[in-house]
Design a protein around this ligand. Structure first.
Ligand SMILES: Cc1cc2nc3c(=O)[nH]c(=O)nc-3n(C[C@H](O)[C@H](O)[C@H](O)COP(=O)(O)OP(=O)(O)OC[C@H]3O[C@@H](n4cnc5c(N)ncnc54)[C@H](O)[C@@H]3O)c2cc1C
Length: 445
């Protein structure tokens, strides 16, 4: 079969790779000049670095299996994480259950209660019984009002902003599961995985795998339209017209609606129902370190960013000519005035807060900065979401959708994009073939 894959992120590359291995003729279209999507990288100090901070957990089995198959296991480094909470002007370590017991902003009884709730969720919780509650109502009831406001509400606000109070408890449960999976047996530390030289070799190996089977991987090739005739896919328009048997779209739902304008109303409405939060990620290259923490959660609603992720507290600065790399992360809706702010405007907006974290901080430390903005960063996962997940098979015959709105109850991440790409690849492979009588490519005009 000739199969078009729209999008060269982890999902599209995995689906394309799996189908190419099965002997199908794969053509992958990526709109940007580079592959990797949300996991793509840029050059900094002669090295590659993700546009958005990335690590994986020890429990990310789908990702590790694929990394192994691509011969990249040796490149994985497992490093002890340093996670912290910034609360009322102070940094608190927050890696192990013992850190929670030492967390002074809560009374001793509140700490015990929050600890027991955390343990319950990690060991026994079942998302099916939790998804009917919002995380806010469940946590307030069981962990207590104070623990919710200080610890859990900031985690929800960090991702979902103004929608934080609508998020289902099943989503928060999955975060606990991921984290416990990355703990050492003694629970004394958490290990996070990062690939030597960034995750770029993983992205490259998937693209090479498609090409090695005779497939094509095209960059700078935005798909303008999926061609549908008589309720069935006929091909793709991406500059040229490509005639294809099947098409898998791995783009965000709002892009899918644009490129498939005649999508039947019921399915289109379902896609429109799931909104996304935009990620704003300001990357700073600095001469000095902001703090000793890798992942600093900000538990202060007045702060203009929700996380300070100092990459060089996980990977040594020597890998980047001694420079310190800090991501300042915020999630906003498209209507937020910050959505269109420039890197300089954000820097000014963040300045006094950076000084609250480290009073010595000076803008002179910042040698360079980059601002990355991803509108499909986080689908907003509300109560009863399992009933609203869009299906992989769309009402258009031979047209499939695979994107982060279908990852549930787990939080979206590369591991689940790998799983999604593989599952949809298998579905397409097993769904039988239908071949157009002409070849795959026709130059327009
Ligand atoms: C701030 C942030 C931090 C993250 N941190 C982590 C982490 O630590 N660990 C982890 O595992 N995951 C992390 N993730 C999530 C992870 O990166 C994503 O879940 C995963 O990369 C999504 O892959 P995808 O292929 O489904 O989507 P995408 O990466 O969004 O890929 C979709 C692709 O489609 C392309 N496209 C769009 N329109 C068109 C068109 N018309 N024609 C052709 N191509 C088009 C896009 O350019 C893009 O390349 C993070 C994400 C963000 C935003």
């Amino acid at each position: 079969m000739s199969i078009g894959v729209i999008g060269g992120g982890v999902t599209g590359l995995t689906a394309g790779y799996e189908l190419a291995k099965e002997g199908h003729q794969v053509v992958l279209f990526e709109g940007q000049p580079y592959l990797g999507g949300q996991a793509s990288t840029f050059e900094i100090e002669g090295a590659r670095l993700e546009r958005y901070y990335h690590h994986i957990f020890t429990g990310d089995e789908d990702m590790m299996r694929l990394i192994g198959e691509l011969g990249l296991t040796e490149r994985m480094q497992w490093l002890a994480s340093k996670v912290g909470f910034f609360y009322e002007g102070k940094i608190y370590d927050f890696v192990t259950p013992f850190d929670l017991l030492r967390f002074k902003p809560l009374s001793f009884l509140q700490r015990i209660r929050a600890g027991l709730v955390t343990l319950y969720l990690q060991r026994f919780g079942d998302w099916r019984t939790l998804e009917g509650f919002t995380a806010q109502e469940w946590m307030r009831r069981y962990a207590g009002q104070q623990a919710h406001e200080v610890i859990f509400a900031p985690l929800l606000r960090a991702k979902f902003g103004e929608y934080a109070d609508q998020v289902t408890m099943a989503w928060l449960w999955s975060k606990f599961k991921d984290r416990v999976g990355s703990r050492s047996r003694t629970m004394a530390r958490e290990l996070l995985g990062y690939m030597e030289g960034s995750f770029q070799p993983f992205i490259d190996a998937l693209a090479d795998g498609i090409r090695a089977q005779g497939g094509e991987v095209l960059t700078d090739a935005p798909v303008e339209r999926v061609i549908v005739e008589g309720g069935r896919v006929k091909g793709i328009q991406a500059g040229d017209i490509w005639l294809l048997d099947k098409v898998i779209a791995t783009v965000p739902s709002f892009v899918f609606l644009d490129i498939v304008p005649d999508l039947p109303a019921g399915y289109a409405d379902q896609l429109r129902e799931v909104r996304y939060q935009t990620s704003l990620c300001l990357v700073l290259k600095m001469t000095r370190s902001l703090s000793r923490i890798y992942w600093l959660n900000i538990s202060d609603p007045t702060f203009p960013f929700v996380g300070a992720i100092e990459h060089t507290n996980l990977i040594p600065p020597e890998q980047y000519n001694g420079k310190h790399i800090l991501y300042l992360s915020d999630y906003v809706s498209k209507s937020d005035p910050l959505h269109s702010a420039s890197a300089e405007e954000l820097m000014m907006h963040y300045l006094s807060s950076l000084r609250e974290i480290n009073p010595d901080f000076d803008v002179d430390w910042v040698e360079d900065s980059w601002l990355y903005r991803e509108d499909a960063a986080q689908p907003i996962i509300t109560r009863g979401y399992s009933r609203r997940i869009p299906s992989y098979e769309t009402p258009v015959e031979n047209l499939y959708l695979a994107n982060t709105t279908q990852i549930y109850p787990q939080d979206r991440g590369m591991n689940y994009s790998v799983r999604l790409g593989r599952v949809v690849g298998e579905l397409v492979n097993e769904s039988g073939s239908f071949s157009w009588p002409v070849g795959t490519r026709r130059v327009q005009g």
